[in-house]
Design a protein around this ligand. Structure first.
Ligand code: FAD
Length: 308
């Protein structure tokens, strides 16, 4: 019931200022975000990889409204890629980027600005022995993001993308991206989407997730199963078993701070388990989406406000 309100708040500058500057918010944010700077993020990477988990790193930022900020976001990712290379972490750590942080929504050529900013990051990732996955944002960005993916994959075929099962179009997108060499993270979707483009009932989103899993796991690409849902994890395991997929032919992904014992359990069973680790100062939109996903997260936040 609170989900749509929180997702609307995620895009409100006024509420952003209020929540971001409230000191009480910080301990709750720390549950989901691995610090503000690169060094803290790298400490988290070392600790997670030492426990058998792989990572994908997100330098927080989205909905960039000016070109300079888009370049600053690009530079943050370049610094991250260089740090991963210096630490020899390329085999365990990849990077996730939001194209709106790179200028995708800027008027007058946002799509091209985003490509110009993301390309050097993808090159730096390859030099560091790793790769980039393009996060998926709201439905208005999907065509542009998949077109950027196409361009990037021409030079860097290992570049990945995210597909969201709540969108009606996604089964077709899964079919188009189930081929050799493609890397797709399947998620349910985290934005406030209208009934004209997306399923509104959780049961329909879940059923679509299973259909998409079938398409991706039956294909010849590398599926990345992004969910905390025990039912979806079990379905993916069963489908993989039936389809003869080995443990290194797909992976599970979960968000930092969510279901950690399940992350470790899957890794201990021999699955590749990748943790999505966000860091940086621009945590507001990410944080609000986590609150919207789960009433228990919202309750934790409200209780921490009440006890201050
Ligand atoms: P839900 O349907 O939210 O929950 C189902 C069940 O999972 C719950 O009943 C509960 O049993 C369990 N569960 C869920 N959360 C918790 C929790 N906090 N603690 C304990 N149990 C829990 N969305 C996008 O739109 N674009 C992206 O690029 C994107 N990238 C993502 C990357 C990763 C690695 C992951 C894991 C998610 C990403 N998402 C992204 C978010 C995603 O779309 C969902 O909003 C989010 O994962 C919640 O859906 P769910 O499948 O985890 O399960």
């Amino acid at each position: 019931m609170f989900g749509p309100v929180l997702l609307a708040a995620a895009r409100s500058d006024g509420i952003r200022r209020l929540v971001s500057t409230a000191r009480v918010t910080r301990p709750v944010v720390d549950r989901f975000v691995a610090g503000e700077g690169l060094e803290t993020c790298l400490e988290t990477v070392r600790s997670l990889t030492a426990r058998g988990l792989d990572v994908t790193l997100d330098h927080l930022g989205e909905d960039t409204t000016d070109r300079l900020e888009a370049k600053r976001n690009r530079d943050a990712y370049l610094a991250l890629a260089h740090a991963l290379a210096a630490e020899g972490l390329g085999a365990r750590a990849e990077m996730s980027v939001k194209l709106t942080a790179f200028g995708q929504a800027l008027p007058g050529g946002g799509h091209d600005i985003a490509i110009a900013n993301v390309r050097p990051v993808v090159e730096a990732a390859a030099e560091a022995g790793t790769t980039v996955t393009l996060d998926m944002e709201d439905h208005t960005t999907v065509d542009s993001t998949l077109a950027v993916l196409d361009e990037l994959r021409a030079g860097f075929p290992q570049t990945g993308a995210v597909l969201q099962s709540y969108l009606f179009r996604t089964e077709d997108d899964c079919k188009a991206l189930a081929g050799q060499g493609s890397r797709v993270r399947l998620v349910k979707g985290a934005y406030n989407e209208p009934a004209s483009v997306a399923y509104q009932r959780k049961a329909d989103v879940d059923r679509a997730y299973v259909r998409c899993l079938k398409i991706l796991l039956s294909g010849s690409g590398y599926p990345m199963v992004g969910t905390h849902d025990p039912r979806m994890v079990a379905v993916a395991q069963e489908l993989a078993r039936r389809l003869g997929r080995k443990h290194d032919e797909f992976e599970f992904q979960m968000l930092y701070g969510i279901r950690e014992s399940e992350q470790l359990r899957l890794a201990s069973e021999g699955h590749r388990m990748r943790v999505y680790v966000p860091y940086g100062t621009d945590w507001y939109g990410y944080f609000m989406r986590r609150l919207a996903e789960r009433p228990a997260n919202l309750g934790f936040f409200l209780r921490s406000l009440a006890t201050r």
